[in-house]
Design a protein around this ligand. Structure first.
Ligand SMILES: [Zn+2]
Length: 212
């Protein structure tokens, strides 16, 4: 279990060992950022976007929400994630948005057991952005085992969030211009694999396909 003392040691190691080796990268990054990717994933501590994509600092603009959920655009409410999307799409001009769900997602698991949310009213309210996903799973996968239902819910939640993403005016504008792509992923923590949504086939499949 990592404690705050361990974190202090980590910060020291970064300062004294990692930073000096990569000084040129950080000095370049100190002046500007130019990421091409907006990566939205869950707050789960087991999901590390830089680890998963083997990227360096500056490569991806990352935002995280419980369940990797993206609100439907609302022009009157304050929303951190909507501001992140707007900044990434309009100011940074990213070319690709990845919405990355993951296996064993606690936030989505709670939707299968709503009684666990009684002490978490803010989480409960937030999870309403997955209403369409849970409705889909209850309609099409009711009675299946919990693992399967959670897996389907995770996939369906990603698909739902891809639709929510398209309600944001800045995203609509770039999609109309043909200069932005939206990708839906599910990261399998236990295998290290990414399954990507194929809108034409309406299924998730290993991505990229394994090199032979
Ligand atoms: Zn999660």
């Amino acid at each position: 279990m990592t404690t705050i003392d361990d974190i202090a040691q980590g910060v020291l190691r970064f300062r004294n060992k990692v930073f000096p080796i990569r000084r040129a990268i950080y000095e370049e990054l100190a002046r500007h950022q130019d990421p091409q990717i907006l990566f939205i994933t869950c707050i789960d501590s087991r999901v590390d976007p830089a680890d998963l994509c083997d990227t360096d600092p500056g490569d991806m603009f990352v935002d995280r929400t419980p369940g990797s959920l993206v609100p439907v655009y609302n022009g009157t409410q304050r929303s951190g994630i909507s501001a992140s999307i707007e900044y990434a799409v309009t100011a940074l001009n990213v070319t690709d948005i990845i919405i990355c769900g993951h296996s064993d997602c606690g936030a989505l698991k709670a939707l299968l057991h709503p009684e666990k949310l009684t002490a978490l009213p803010a989480v409960e309210r937030w999870l309403h952005y997955a209403d369409a996903a849970i409705a889909h799973v209850q309609e099409h996968h009711a009675g299946q085992d919990e693992h399967t239902m959670l897996q389907r819910l995770c996939e369906q939640a990603v698909v739902t969030q891809m639709g929510h993403m398209e309600t944001h005016p800045c995203v609509q504008k770039r999609l109309r211009e043909g200069t932005l792509r939206i990708h839906g992923w599910v990261y399998e923590i236990h295998t290290g694999e990414v399954n990507r949504y194929d809108p034409a086939a309406r299924t998730f499949a290993l991505w990229p396909p394994q090199a032979s």
